[in-house]
Write a protein that binds this ligand. Structure first.
Ligand code: FAD
Length: 318
């Protein structure tokens, strides 16, 4: 079922959902199931599965020269989605990127999803590969997520890349896109970022999932700004509980997200990461409760492949 239908059927009740990462290459799928199993108690209508593009690693050869190798550390997004739908009867939402995909790759990826009965997809640009500063699309690929959204929308209308295809069937994807309550890292201003977010919606996206944030006021302001700009689609908040001291530096740097001072001070006082985890859980419970009162359609949690803290939060909120 599509995300929009899950929202319609919920009759304004906030629902629980979460995002997982495919396991590292070489690990089996059981570790993923072990993390999903306890969370099924909270009846998630859907589970997102991230997509991880290739990375470049440099291996030193015997002669001292470096050899560039392409590796994909977390393959398997589509397979995991199929397995989730099969095992739990819950909708799985694969993420799809502009990065690393030609338009032809995108089309074939979407054809696979259609055959598997997957009817939601989260359309993203992806980041620059680790060794590069700026995002570079494939030669025959998309530069921005709105172009990817247009391609998916075209397929929903039976328009494929090959114009001569006869009797082509229409895909039926509900399309999610990202939104940034604290602005995307590269955006020159919030207004510009919202302008392009509006373009993604105009080009066919059906709902927005936000980047993580730790101050609900930032989310409320973002929603107000979107609504003032005429963006009417559902906006789903993304939440991540802090779990390690290292994240105090990593999260603001990597995701362009501010951490509130009182949260920082509580984490600084912690003796170890077990204590940080407890602080992160308590903070996220408070955030969730306030967002629930505000009336968000979903509370969407970034589990990062570990579910015990998400379980603690969900059991206090749902
Ligand atoms: P876009 O919407 O294309 O925006 C990128 C930047 O370009 C923004 O600054 C925007 O303002 C600007 N812009 C947008 N359109 C235009 C245009 N037409 N012309 C000029 N400027 C424009 N990454 C992964 O690798 N795998 C994942 O599975 C994944 N899942 C994610 C899930 C969520 C909910 C979120 C919030 C992020 C996720 N990301 C993932 C990270 C995401 O790929 C990065 O944040 C990436 O840098 C931007 O992707 P986007 O889709 O937001 O890009």
């Amino acid at each position: 079922m599509k995300v929009l239908d899950h929202i319609k059927n919920s009759k304004d009740k906030t629902q629980f959902s979460f995002e997982i990462l495919p396991p590292l290459k070489g690990q089996d799928i059981q570790s993923t199931f072990n993390n999903i199993d306890p969370l099924i108690e909270f009846k998630p209508p859907f589970i997102d599965v991230t997509y991880h593009r290739e990375e470049y690693v440099y291996k030193e050869l015997e002669n001292g020269l470096l050899k560039k190798q392409v590796v994909k550390k977390r393959p398997g997004t589509v397979g995991i989605c199929a397995a989730i739908q099969n095992k739990y009867g819950v909708d799985a939402i694969p993420h799809i990127l502009c990065g690393g995909f030609t338009k032809e790759d995108t089309e074939n990826f979407l054809i696979d999803l259609g055959f598997l009965g997957i009817d939601n997809v989260m359309a993203l640009r992806g980041d620059a590969v680790k060794s590069e500063t700026y995002f570079t699309p494939e030669k025959e690929g998309h530069q921005y997520a709105n172009e990817l959204v247009s391609q998916i929308k075209d397929m929903n209308h039976g328009i494929y890349l090959e114009e001569e295809l006869l009797n082509s069937s229409k895909t039926n994807f509900c399309i999610g896109v990202s939104g940034y309550p604290e602005k995307h890292l590269e955006a020159p201003s919030m207004d510009s970022d919202i302008h392009f977010l509006k373009k993604k919606i105009k080009d066919g996206a059906n709902y927005i999932v936000t980047q993580m944030f730790f101050d609900n006021q930032k989310f409320f302001k973002f929603v107000d700004k979107c609504r003032a700009e005429g963006i009417t689609v559902p906006i789903i908040p993304g939440l991540k509980p802090l779990a390690t001291k290292k994240q105090l530096n990593l999260i603001p740097h990597r995701f362009n997200v501010d951490l509130p001072d009182n949260l920082i001070m509580e984490v600084v006082k912690c003796k170890d990461n077990n204590a940080v985890r407890e602080v992160g859980v308590a903070w996220c419970i408070e955030q969730s409760k306030e967002l629930l009162k505000y009336g968000v359609p979903f509370l969407h949690y970034y589990s990062m492949g570990k579910s015990s803290n998400i379980y603690q939060i969900a059991s206090k909120v749902f």
